[in-house]
Design a protein around this ligand. Structure first.
Ligand code: 13P
Length: 250
């Protein structure tokens, strides 16, 4: 089964509204007519209305870097899925390693967010990945298994179709150290095998697994060219239109 690649830009806590608009205005003409892959931008919440408006009617989707699992409530600083949808966001990252590391997100929270996103028809990109110590001690497979199993609690095969996974080895994020295409493909196979155990072979076969961690224009082809790798989640190299364009056109 052919999986359509998704190339996603995680802008993290960068850009003002003016800078975000300038990016989209410059970027859209570069990827106009590009239908081979899906493209999505993940700006900070405060930039969402600007980016959605600028990308309206284009082949570029817009999503949040994080959402809360509650419908609404007294959760200072958080964004609900309803709020995301109301401004035109269609996707969300869930459980990015920076959320796990700096904001204490657990697999249980990731699971609640995943259930909430699916309930409201927002495309979830669930991020998993091991830290350096876990890789060096030979624990990568265990960590990925725990994260996938935890994230997918109470997820049924019927619900699972929209889910996208992003494998982001934490030691490769923002460090310039990339997993080799073979290392990434091996981790993707482990993740897919885990999904197959939980949700069956058909769902696992159709699920897109993106790679993230120091993806750049010069390594994108080798990474995304791997049969197991169904796109990329790009941080630093997604901040400039021409650099992200090159990755989209790997
Ligand atoms: P870099 O591409 O900057 O390593 O970031 C990866 C990432 O965390 C994307 O979510």
């Amino acid at each position: 089964m052919a999986r359509k690649a998704l190339i996603a830009a995680n802008w993290k806590m960068y850009k003002t509204p003016a800078e975000a608009k300038a990016f989209v205005d410059a970027f859209l003409p570069l990827v106009a007519g590009h239908t081979r892959d899906e493209i999505a931008l993940f700006p900070s919440p405060v930039l969402l209305p600007t980016v959605v408006e600028a990308a309206k009617g284009s082949n570029v989707a817009v999503g949040a870097q994080n959402i809360h699992f509650a419908e609404e409530g007294a959760y200072t600083g958080e964004t609900s899925i309803g709020q995301l949808k109301a401004v035109g966001g269609t996707h969300t990252l869930i459980g990015h390693s920076e959320r796990r590391q700096y904001f204490a997100e657990t697999d249980e929270i990731v699971n609640k967010k995943l259930l909430a996103a699916l309930k409201h028809g927002v495309v979830p990109i669930v991020c998993v990945g091991e830290v350096l110590e876990e890789r060096e001690s030979g624990n990568t497979a265990n960590v990925l298994k725990t994260q996938v199993t935890g994230a997918f609690a109470d997820i049924t095969p019927e619900m699972a179709k929209p889910i996208v996974i992003a494998y982001e080895p934490v030691w490769a994020i923002g460090t310039g150290k990339t997993a080799t295409p073979e290392m990434a493909a091996e981790a993707h196979r482990m993740i897919r095998a885990e999904v197959a155990k939980l949700l069956g072979a058909e769902i696992a076969e159709g699920m897109r697994i993106l790679y993230g961690g120091s993806v750049k224009p010069d390594n994108a082809t080798a990474l995304i060219g791997q049969e197991e790798i169904d796109g990329a989640l790009v941080g630093g190299a997604s901040l400039k239109p021409d650099s992200f364009e090159k990755i989209v056109k790997y």
